[in-house]
Design a binder for this molecule. Structure first.
Ligand code: NDP
Length: 293
């Protein structure tokens, strides 16, 4: 079963990386992509390029989709639904949990089974140590195919709700995209003083990678957030909020875009207004959750 045939629909950087990893692990791989030329390196490596999506889906019980969004799945498979009965569609594309649940219903209505996934690694580290993928949907389908899926990355099963893997993917990308935007804003801020990006970025990365040590104990942080406990003995929302305001003022003086620092400062100001000034910065979550305005 570890060398079961696999079909990959969508050959962007991610789909191509998955196809190569599956071939390297000995799986017969069938591919299809709207732009056929993107299949070239996979075909050289031994993949079969299907002439149309219907025959691609017909080649394997396990069909992996790696597309920009869920609309692309309907665009590709909408005219080939007679190929779907008995297939397991594993959609590893980004979209909202709601769109994902609708897609699971759509697949079921055409006789297919459906798993959702969120790939938590970039293409170069697909299949490498540390790569993992969130999945949700029917557990028996996940377990039946986990050998092939583990070629892409360590599979982490979350539960039956097809929206769950998508939700966790969005949550992780929330961390990621916000951090990346912060990194770029900070680089522009340093640049306003003549510090080049080449000089600043390695220092900013020290801050990013130092965050876990500053938090000290991620489990304790999670438990405190669940308990809505925000003791401010080592630092307060008022102190951090003052710094957030200074970043806005310095950015304004430098003529930089203010959307990002304004958003951060706004969270601090509203937490302070709601009475959390003497609490820890973690009190911002009360504003974010909507408990405070
Ligand atoms: P790309 O945008 O490069 O590839 C998207 C694929 O979707 C291509 O095969 C493209 O076809 C196809 N596609 C898009 N719209 C349509 C459509 N309407 N009809 C038919 N085909 C369509 O994305 P990636 O490969 O980088 O990523 C794929 C998924 O993986 C995304 O959902 C992304 O969020 C996720 N992901 C990506 C990571 C990354 O670092 N790249 C990391 C983690 C997750 P064509 O080639 O013809 O344009």
């Amino acid at each position: 079963a570890s060398t079961a045939p696999v079909t990959v629909l969508g050959l962007g950087p991610m789909g191509r990386a998955m196809g190569h990893a599956l071939l390297a692990a000995g799986h017969p791989v069938t591919v299809w992509n709207r732009t056929a030329s993107r299949a070239a390196t996979l075909v050289t490596a031994g993949a079969s390029l299907a002439p149309d999506p219907g025959s691609a889906v017909g080649s394997s019980e396990l069909v992996i989709l790696s597309l920009t969004d869920y609309q692309a799945m309907y665009d590709i498979l909408g005219g080939h639904t007679d190929a779907l009965p008995g297939r397991l569609l594993v959609n590893l594309s980004s979209d909202t949990p709601e769109r994902t649940r609708e897609a699971a219903d759509w697949a079921h209505s055409h006789g297919a089974r459906f798993l959702t996934g969120g790939v938590m690694t970039p293409p170069p580290t697909i299949g490498a140590e540390g790569a993992y993928v969130y999945y949700s949907g029917p557990r028996p389908d996940f377990e039946a195919h986990s050998a092939a899926l583990s070629v892409i990355g360590e599979p982490r099963y979350l539960g039956e709700d097809p929206g769950l893997a998508q939700l966790l993917y969005q949550a992780q990308l929330d961390v990621f995209l916000t951090a990346l935007a912060g990194l770029l804003h900070a680089t522009a801020l340093a640049g306003s003083g003549g510090i080049s990006a080449a000089e600043f970025v390695p220092q900013a990365l020290e801050t990013l990678t130092g965050i876990p040590a500053m938090i000290e104990d991620g489990d304790a942080l999670g438990t405190a957030l669940d308990a809505r406990s925000h003791p401010g003995d080592l630092g307060t929302t008022t102190m951090m909020g003052a710094t957030a305001d200074h970043i806005v003022a310095t950015s304004a003086a430098a003529g930089l875009d203010l959307v990002l620092p304004d958003a951060v400062a706004s969270l601090y100001r509203r937490a302070i207004r709601a009475g959390h000034g003497a609490d820890n910065w973690t009190s911002l979550i009360e504003v974010i959750r909507g408990a405070e305005v």
